[in-house]
Design a protein around this ligand. Structure first.
Ligand code: PHE
Length: 495
């Protein structure tokens, strides 16, 4: 490129003004490369004056080139006719593009045809000699001399697809105010050496291009679920909640079900609903005192409850599973809380992964994320639960809420939470909630007048709504398009 710049400068110096198209032709260089050299000279300041112009000119098509080299089709037909004549069939067979050539040659009166001959129509020469003006014109186009070809012929050739018109942008380059024959490439960086030697004073520096887009930094990208999770976490933190440790995907049935007063015969504890671990198959460390209380409340009841009046087996409680809800972690935390000397109110939350043995479809996966919150305090009521849920969803921008009685083994009362979906124009379920049962809390050792309210929802559902994703499999799992992850905007909940 530096060399080409030098060529341009030398030519401008010699000729006063040059035309990049002509220069490209005369030195047999790619026009775009010359344009590049001119542009880089332009960026150095007022060394050259550059003026853009555009021209249209004619160019031979491949067919046009063929005609220039071998003659028009009509001339080829004429030349294929011997003085004694020839059958039309033979002409058609041997001459390329004979059909066009034949009718043109007939039109021009170069040949004639006798249809009455034996063995099919025969063709004879009509003119003594011909002048192939089409080929002559093509040769003119090839020599860049299209001016002498009459306009009406040009449009005829264009129709015959022998020539096409191309638009070319060229530049007229002349001397600028700071014209010089010796340009040094503009410096991009100011180096310590330039400062030390003082050479920076005489150097030219490339100007900043503030319009340049820049190279995207090779950084990681947050998955949409992580972006939405960050927003939910922010809401919990604003409301004074503490995040629970939830980094154990493997959980024992004891914490996942038994501690939550879920009977051992409950269908959710079936392999159709839950993933059981084969290795390690069982868990071994349990707070044995507490385990005994759990066994007691299940089999014999207590604290005014009848229990399930069923044999409670430790073997069942020991089984390892992939946790089916983060409420298992809430149970662990509440148990720990009950072990404190003095009860202090707490607010806990978590957002983490849970696993269920589901048939996968566009709204179900075998693993998803749960958002879960709980508050433990003296004398909390259903009103507190509804109030805090309203507050929580208000921060998400969701204000139209309805509660519907529901059933969970570990909460009483239980309520499903519905919100009015403006897009779908109907009420959709967005969460589940309730007040933990005394059968769950009292065996842990929590004071009798302490209640715990809790609610849970999935992280995927609001994320799919937020990012307009209608198949959960394209949000998480092997079908995820990484470009979707890279291009996803940050999550701003509209409230
Ligand atoms: N664990 C419930 C679920 O998996 C959610 C929930 C949490 C319900 C806390 C009530 C209280 O759907």
């Amino acid at each position: 490129m530096a060399d080409l710049s030098q060529v341009v400068l030398t030519e401008v110096d010699k000729q006063g003004e040059i035309d990049t198209v002509q220069l490209a032709n005369s030195i047999k260089e790619d026009h775009q490369k010359i344009v590049g050299a001119v542009k880089s000279l332009q960026s150095l300041g007022d060394i050259v004056k550059v003026e853009q112009y555009s021209t249209k000119h004619w160019q031979l098509t491949d067919e046009g080139k063929d005609v220039a080299a071998n003659g028009s089709y009509e001339a080829r037909v004429y030349n294929a006719v011997p003085s004694e004549g020839i059958t039309q069939a033979e002409i058609m067979k041997n001459v390329p593009n004979a059909k066009i050539g034949f009718s043109k040659a007939m039109q021009a009166g170069w040949i004639s045809m006798d249809k009455s001959c034996e063995g099919g129509p025969k063709v004879f020469r009509k003119s003594e000699s011909i002048k192939d003006t089409v080929q002559e014109c093509m040769l003119k186009f090839a020599a860049n001399d299209s001016k002498s070809v009459p306009e009406n012929q040009k449009s005829d050739f264009k129709k015959r697809k022998l020539i096409t018109e191309v638009k070319e942008v060229g530049y007229k380059v002349s001397k600028g105010a700071n014209f010089t024959l010796t340009v040094s490439k503009a410096e991009v960086d100011l180096t310590p050496e330039m400062i030390q030697s003082g050479s920076w004073k005489t150097k030219t520096f490339k100007e900043y291009n503030f319009d340049a887009l820049g190279v995207p930094p090779p950084a990681g990208h947050l998955h949409p679920l992580l972006k939405v999770r960050a927003q939910y976490r922010q809401i919990f933190l604003e409301m004074g909640f503490t995040e629970m440790p939830t980094q154990n995907f493997v959980e024992s049935c004891f914490w996942n079900f038994d501690s939550l007063f879920q009977p051992q015969q409950h269908p959710a504890r079936d392999a159709h609903d839950t993933f059981f671990m084969s290795e390690p198959r069982t868990a071994h460390e349990f707070p044995m005192d507490y385990l005994y209380h759990v066994k007691e409340i299940h089999s014999n009841g207590g604290h005014g409850s009848q229990g399930y009046k069923m044999d409670w087996k430790i073997e069942e409680a020991k089984k390892n599973i992939l946790r089916t809800h983060t409420t298992a972690n809430t149970a662990r935390m509440l148990y720990q809380l009950a072990q404190q000397k003095e009860f202090k109110p707490v607010k806990y939350f978590s957002i983490d992964r849970v696993f269920r043995n589901e048939n996968v479809d566009d709204t179900h996966l075998a693993e998803f994320h749960q958002i879960e919150g709980s508050v433990a305090d003296f004398g909390l009521t259903l009103g507190d639960l509804m109030g805090i849920i309203r507050e929580f969803f208000k921060k998400l921008g969701i204000t139209k809420l309805r509660f519907k009685p529901a059933y969970n083994p570990y909460t009483e009362p239980s309520m499903e939470v519905f919100s009015y979906h403006e897009g779908l124009k109907k009420w959709v379920e967005i969460g589940n909630s309730g007040i933990f049962r005394p059968e769950m809390l009292l065996p842990m050792g929590l004071p009798e007048n302490v209640s715990v309210i809790a609610w849970g929802l999935s992280l995927e559902r609001p994320t799919m709504i937020k990012y307009k994703i209608d198949d959960i499999r394209t949000l998480i799992g092997p079908k995820v398009n990484l470009q979707m992850v890279y291009d996803n905007p940050i999550c701003l909940l509209d409230n």
